[in-house]
Design a binder for this molecule. Sequence first.
Ligand SMILES: [Zn+2]
Length: 95
Amino acid sequence: MPPRLGGWGLGQRTVAAITLWRTVYLAPRTPFHPELLLHELRHVHQFRASIAFPVRYLWESVRRGYHRNRYETDAQQYAALRVRAHASHPPTQDV
Ligand SMILES: [Zn+2]
C-alpha cells in the first residue's frame, strides 16, 4: 500500500519503494537491487536526522518537484557513490 501512495503523489500507479521512518516498503515483485536499497537507506538516515524531515521533504517536492527535491538527489548520490565504489573495489575474500 505505501508504494501506491508514493505513486499517487507522483501521478503514477505505484513506485518501486517508499521509506517511512525506519521502514522500507517495496512494491510487489520489485527486485532487491543494491542501488535502490541504498537509496532507501539514505531516506532512513534523513528521517533520523530531523523530526521535521517529512514536512521538509514534502515542501521540497512542492517547490521543486520529485526529481529536483534535494533529499532525492542526496539519496541518489549516496547510493550511486557506494555502488560505484563497490564496483571499483570489490571486497576481497580471505582464503
Ligand atoms: Zn527517494
